[in-house]
Design a protein around this ligand. Structure first.
Ligand code: UTP
Length: 416
C-alpha cells in the first residue's frame, strides 16, 4: 500500500508529501496513505493547469431574463397556482434539501452553520439554532397539509457527524425522524500556488467540500434520488442552510412552475441598488445563468427597462425547485470548478504548523446554478426580501445574525 501511495505521489508531482510521510508516526502514516489512495490527483492537476493558464469564462452575450413578481400576481393566478401546488404538497410529492456542507468561514462559528444559536427568545421563548428555525417550516406544513414532508440535509465530510448528532440531541426538533435523511458531498484537495496539496493539522491532505454544485453527483452516488423516487417524490426544493426566512414548502412556487411547464425554477429578490454585490439571473451566451457582480459591466449593471427598473435585478438567493427528472439529468453533468484564494494553515516538511498571513491556497467549488444552462426555460419567482430572505453570512454588519433575526422577528410579528 505504501509503495502504491508513493508511486501515486511521484506520478502526480506531489513528492513533497513523501518527505512528510517519512517523518510521521505509524498511525498517522497509515491514515495518510489510505487517504492518498482515494484522492483524484488527476482532477487536482487538471485544475492546477487551468489555474496556470488563467481560465476565464467567455461571456459573449448577456440578455435579461423573464421573471414574475410574487406580490404582483393577480388573485386568480395566485389561487390557481396555490391549488396546483397544494395538491403536490398534500400528496407528499415535494421534498426539501437543505445544503449545509459549506464551511461558513465568514460567520466564523466553530460547528456546522446550522448549529449556530440565535437569540430569538421573543418568538421561541429560548435561544434556538438555525436548524430549529428551519424545522418550523416542516411543523407548519404538518399542521397545514397534514403531511410529514421529507427533509434531506447535505453535509460535508467534515461536519456530518456533528450535524447528525445535533439533530439526535435535539430530538429532530420534534419532527418524524424517519422523514429526515442526511447525505454527504464530496471533497477535493486545496492546492498551493505551485499546484501542491498541503497537509493539515490532522496530518491528512487538506481538502474542502466541492461547492454546492457538488450536490448533483452525490444525489445519485448516495442513492438519494432513488430514495426520493421510491417515496413518490416529484418535486424537490433546494436551498442553503443560512436563510432563516426560507419558504421551502410554497404552493405558489410549485404551482407556477408546473403551470409554466418548466422543469426548474428559482426564487430571487430584487436588487434595490445596482451596486449591490450579488449575482443576478440572466441569459449568458443564450443560456440560463447567473452573472456575478464582478463579471457584469457597469453599463449593464445600471441598464434600465422602459419602466425605469433595472434590467438585471433578480438576485440569486439559492432557492431552487427541480422536477425529479431534471435532477436525474443533472447527476451526470460535469460542472466546472470556480476557484477562491484563501488563507489556510498547514504543516510544513518539519511537521511544524505554519499560519499564513496572505492567501496561500486555492479552493475549488462547483456552483449549483451552473447546471441551469442545460435547460431552455426556468420559472423565476421574485419574492420580497422581508418575507423570504434573511441570510446569515457574516459575523457582523450586513447579512449577519443580527440583521437576519431582525427580518425574521419583523416578519413573524406581522404574520401571527
Ligand atoms: P456560501 O457560498 O455562503 O458558502 O454557501 P459557505 O461555505 O456557507 O460560507 P463562507 O463562504 O465560507 O463564509 C451557500 C450555501 O451553500 C452551501 C452552504 O452550506 C450554504 O448553505 N454549501 C456551500 C454547501 O452545502 N457545500 C459547499 O461546498 C459550499
Amino acid at each position: 500500500m505504501e509503495n502504491k501511495a508513493i508511486s501515486i505521489l511521484k506520478y502526480n508531482n506531489q513528492e513533497h508529501i513523501i518527505e512528510i510521510l517519512e517523518k510521521m508516526n505509524l498511525e498517522r502514516r497509515e491514515n495518510l496513505i489510505n487517504q492518498i489512495l482515494g484522492v483524484n490527483f488527476k482532477e487536482v492537476n487538471n485544475l492546477y493547469n487551468e489555474l496556470k493558464n488563467g481560465y476565464k469564462e467567455n461571456i459573449n452575450t448577456i440578455e435579461p431574463i423573464k421573471y414574475v413578481e410574487k406580490n404582483k400576481l393577480l388573485l386568480e393566478e395566485k389561487n390557481e397556482y396555490d391549488s396546483i401546488g397544494s395538491d403536490v404538497i398534500k400528496n407528499n410529492k415535494l421534498a426539501v434539501i437543505t445544503m449545509a456542507g459549506g464551511q461558513g468561514t465568514r460567520l466564523g462559528h466553530k460547528g456546522p452553520k446550522g448549529t449556530y444559536m440565535l437569540n430569538l427568545e421573543d418568538i421561541f421563548g429560548k435561544e434556538v439554532s438555525i436548524f430549529e428555525v428551519l424545522a418550523q417550516n416542516f411543523i407548519k406544513a404538518k399542521s397545514e397539509y397534514n403531511v410529514d414532508i421529507n427533509w434531506y440535509i447535505m453535509t460535508s465530510n467534515g461536519n456530518k457527524r456533528e450535524t447528525v448528532k445535533f439533530f439526535e440531541d435535539n430530538n429532530y426538533f420534534n419532527l418524524n425522524k424517519n422523514n429526515i435523511k442526511f447525505f454527504v458531498q464530496n471533497d477535493i484537495p486545496v492546492i498551493d500556488e505551485n499546484g501542491k496539496v498541503i497537509i493539515g493539522k490532522d496530518y491528512l491532505i487538506k481538502t474542502a467540500s466541492n461547492g454546492n454544485g457538488g450536490i448533483y453527483e452525490v444525489l445519485k452516488e448516495q442513492n438519494i434520488l432513488k430514495d426520493m423516487k421510491d417515496k413518490g417524490i416529484e418535486w424537490v426544493f433546494v436551498s442553503g442552510v443560512d436563510n432563516i426566512l426560507v419558504n421551502p414548502i410554497d404552493s405558489i412556487f410549485v404551482g407556477l412552475t408546473i403551470k409554466n411547464g418548466d422543469m426548474i425554477a428559482a426564487k430571487t429578490v430584487k436588487k434595490v441598488d445596482a451596486n449591490e454585490k450579488t449575482g443576478v439571473y440572466c441569459k449568458k451566451n443564450g443560456k440560463i445563468g447567473v452573472i456575478e457582480y464582478n463579471e457584469i459591466s457597469d453599463e449593464l449593471r445600471n441598464a434600465k427597462d422602459e419602466n425605469g427598473d433595472l434590467l438585471y435585478s433578480q438576485s440569486n438567493i439559492i432557492s431552487h425547485l427541480y422536477n425529479i427528472k431534471a435532477l436525474d439529468l443533472l447527476t451526470d453533468v460535469d460542472l466546472r470548478y470556480h476557484r477562491a484564494h484563501k488563507k489556510v494553515p498547514y504543516i510544513d516538511n518539519n511537521l511544524q504548523e505554519v499560519i499564513p498571513t496572505e492567501p496561500n491556497i486555492y479552493k475549488f467549488e462547483k456552483f449549483i446554478f451552473d447546471a441551469f444552462e442545460n435547460f431552455d426555460n426556468i420559472s423565476i419567482l421574485s419574492v420580497n426580501k422581508e418575507e423570504e430572505f434573511a441570510p446569515i453570512k457574516n459575523a457582523e454588519g450586513n447579512d449577519s445574525p443580527e440583521t437576519a433575526m431582525k427580518l425574521y422577528t419583523n416578519f413573524l410579528n406581522k404574520h401571527i
